[in-house]
Design a protein around this ligand. Structure first.
Ligand code: XIL
Length: 458
């Protein structure tokens, strides 16, 4: 029919069309991979701490189970929880979290066997002579690690052994036993559960510095003595106001080069409250940078956030005036940090802009106008309580508002939900309004945040 060269051309055109047509068909809505799945694709885990009282919060538990592939009991494996009286062990709370992790198919990090804090009084003020304290320590480590044998993959055997200058912290263990308590604890843990990876964990060791030098020298010496040590945990309790850790990747790498795994074990990035869009953007960059540092070090096996939502963060209770440290806000909605984590782990950002704001001037006269603002929840979860913030470009002033609590300071306006429109289901909208004054040109504001997250305008 056609000369051969024309048939070939036709065939090429037809196949090009088929390919284009296939591309034009949108793929079936596959769920985006979770943080845990993205980390797993890189041979890592991405975990969260949790605590027993939170486990009655069903929406919280759902995200805890779906988004993370590792879990850490935030309190229930500490000495005060597991051996509150000498020789009387209580595992109910620890068991509850470990069982939840197992049901979710999550790797469990055990935190922590030996620590100066949340240590019952009978240990810290018992006045025990060295031999007796050593046997108390061994018995504690042995009993707890044996109870969780095969269930806890990584143990923070010793927590926070260092002072800021890299010398050993003056805990009851160090004071009574010297640094040998660390090797003792590690040996007892290895004997009790040979399959668990044994870690030493500390804070302010994330970057190069005197304290991480102290940890480095300890690990080197433990390795040289043949003491069982498999990993070093870097807590990662960071704060925007103190700057990013000094050369974090290089620091992780030098530990890895000693022949141990490394992990970020308690990541949170706090800020001085109130949070705002600028601070949350910087926080997002830091979450990304920590993740990139871990991914760049082949022995960095995973990252744990110290709980995943601001609803349950320990920060405001311990650092008054600080907070907003985690990748989900108090309403369990992902913050910019969540999108940054996803991107750093090689995924798509997800759905970080989850609000849309339409601002309209409904009517206007010489010196006044009526404004209407429609807020739409474009995210996949409900918003429970909101504040909308924007700034007027000119001298506009809200004189009277409705459907929200209105406040203005200089050009900055905050509208807080009324009692009846605080809950916005996924896809729901609410319209609020105000009368305002102005002189000159009444230019509309261009940027809006809802609960300090940027919204799409229009
Ligand atoms: C915190 C818990 O999150 C709080 O609930 C508790 O009141 C105090 O301890 N470094 C650690 C963790 O190793 O055990 C701490 O956890 C946070 C700092």
């Amino acid at each position: 029919m056609f000369p051969p060269h024309l048939s070939r051309l036709l065939l090429a055109l037809v196949s090009a069309f088929v390919v284009l047509a296939a591309l034009a068909v949108p793929p079936a809505q596959a769920a985006e991979p979770t943080l845990g799945e993205l980390a797993a694709a890189k041979g890592r885990y991405f975990g969260s701490a949790t605590d027993n009282p939170e486990l009655t919060d069903a929406p919280y538990v759902a995200i805890l189970g779906s988004e993370f592939n590792s879990i850490t009991p935030g309190n229930s494996l500490k000495w005060e929880a597991t051996e509150p009286q000498r020789g009387q062990f209580t595992f109910a709370k620890g068991d509850e979290v470990v069982a939840l992790g197992q049901r979710n198919g999550q790797m469990v990090r055990g935190h922590t066997l030996v620590w100066h804090s949340q240590l019952p009084d009978w240990v810290s003020n018992g006045g025990f002579p060295a031999a007796e304290l050593r046997s108390i320590l061994r018995n504690h480590v042995t009993t707890v690690a044996s109870h969780y044998k095969g269930k806890v993959a990584h143990w923070d055997v010793v927590n926070e052994p260092f002072n800021e200058d890299g010398t050993f912290r003056d805990s009851v263990f160090y004071r009574t036993l010297g640094e040998s308590y660390i090797a003792d604890a590690l040996r007892a843990a290895r004997a009790a559960d040979p399959g668990a990876k044994l870690y030493i964990n500390d804070y302010n060791t994330d970057g190069l510095g005197a304290k991480s030098d102290g940890m480095y020298n300890l690990v080197k010496s433990l390795k040289a003595q043949g003491v069982p040590i498999d990993g070093v945990g870097f807590q990662g309790h960071l704060a925007l106001q103190y700057g990013f850790p000094n050369r974090m990747q290089e620091n992780l790498q030098r530990f890895a080069d000693l022949g141990v795994d490394v992990a970020i074990t308690e990541l949170d990035i706090r800020m001085i409250l109130p949070a705002d869009a600028t601070k949350l953007a910087t926080q997002a960059t830091w979450y990304s940078d920590v993740t990139k540092a871990c991914l760049a070090v082949s022995r960095c096996v995973g990252i744990t956030v110290w709980d995943y939502t601001d609803k349950y963060s320990w920060i405001p209770g311990v650092f008054p005036g600080e907070g907003a440290a985690l990748p989900y806000d108090e309403n369990l909605r992902p913050k910019p940090a969540y999108a940054a984590l996803r991107t750093a782990l090689g995924g798509k950002p997800g759905d970080p802009t989850s609000c849309k704001v339409a601002y309209k001037v409904a009517s206007q006269w010489n010196t006044g106008f009526t404004g209407s603002v429609t807020i739409t929840n474009t995210g996949s979860g409900a918003i429970n309580g909101w504040n909308l913030k924007f700034s007027f470009p000119g001298d506009q002033k809200v004189t009277h508002g409705w459907n929200a609590g209105w406040a203005q300071s200089g050009a900055a306006v905050t509208a807080t939900n009324a009692s009846w429109n605080g809950t916005l289901a996924a896809g729901a909208s609410t319209t609020i309004g105000f009368n305002g004054s102005y002189t000159g040109t009444n230019t509309a504001p261009g940027a809006f945040t809802l609960n300090d997250q940027n919204c799409t305008a229009g």
